[in-house]
Design a binder for this molecule. Structure first.
Ligand code: ADE
Length: 252
């Protein structure tokens, strides 16, 4: 059965799509679903577009139309925790929607009627992605070339595992990220889709995992070299990571 690899923007998935030898495009709801193989594994790769609704819709199509057996979300995130730097990789253990608040009817962050605020990822896929990330980050110069490593200061990237938070906001002020750090002190990084997909996968009982490259510190400089970073660094990290992970799976 097929595995889905999802990212929000083209630049985040570009390198991976280029590696799929036999991909065929299927259009649903204005999105291109690329159906093919990577490392002999049946894969469907898709750009969700940006934000929680776009991501939830994409996940639902993947589950209903393509009957995927797991969804992995990749791309970029803004670092929140102090040691989470540009060029590091965060492998989620849990995901939460930081802008969801139905209090006082339900506790803040809780998805009403589910009893959950934090949605856990599939442990086996999370472990495998973390191992793949450690492998990929061992040689940033080999992967990205010396100039990119120097330009973005990526000499010693690290892998982190923990809470990833999602919301319909690009966090681009130091004041806003300080509030997130205060309210969610264990959050490692912030993005705009993962927790929505985690919720949909939870409802369907299908494994989910998320791995994000840190593109910015979610502060006043967050938008700086964003686009260049995504295509020069995050896209290659995504491909290398997903590639290393798929290579470990039993042949289909
Ligand atoms: N994705 C990458 N950087 C981000 C940020 N600062 N806020 C939200 N999503 C992001």
């Amino acid at each position: 059965m097929t595995i889905a690899v999802v990212a929000a923007m083209h630049e985040e998935l570009g390198a991976l799509l280029a590696q799929m030898p036999d991909e065929q495009r299927v259009q649903v709801a204005g999105r291109d679903f690329w159906v093919g193989h990577l490392h002999g594994q049946p894969v469907v790769a898709v750009l969700s577009r940006i934000g929680k609704v776009a991501a939830a819709l994409t996940a639902t199509v993947l589950l209903e139309r393509f009957k995927v057996r797991a969804i992995v979300f990749t791309g970029v995130a803004g670092g929140l925790a102090p040691g989470v730097r540009v060029g590091d990789v965060v492998v989620a253990t849990k995901l939460l929607q930081h802008d969801l608040d139905a209090s006082p009817i339900f506790p803040r962050y809780e998805v009403p009627l589910t009893g959950h605020a934090r949605f856990a990822v599939d442990t086996a896929i999370g472990d495998a992605l973390a191992a793949a990330a450690a492998e990929v980050l061992r040689d940033p110069v080999g992967l990205l070339g010396p100039q990119v490593v120097e330009d973005f200061g990526l000499a010693a990237p690290r892998v982190h595992r923990g809470l990833l938070v999602s919301g319909d906001r690009f966090v681009s002020t130091a004041a806003e990220s300080a509030v997130l750090r205060r309210d969610l002190p264990d959050a490692l990084a912030v993005e705009m889709e993962g927790a929505a997909v985690a919720q949909v996968c939870h409802d369907y009982g299908v494994p989910f995992a998320a791995v994000r490259t840190i593109s910015d510190r979610a502060d006043d400089e967050a938008h700086g070299d964003f686009t260049r970073f995504v295509s020069a660094v995050a896209s290659r990290y995504s491909l290398a990571l997903v590639d290393a992970w798929l290579a470990t799976l039993p042949a289909q």
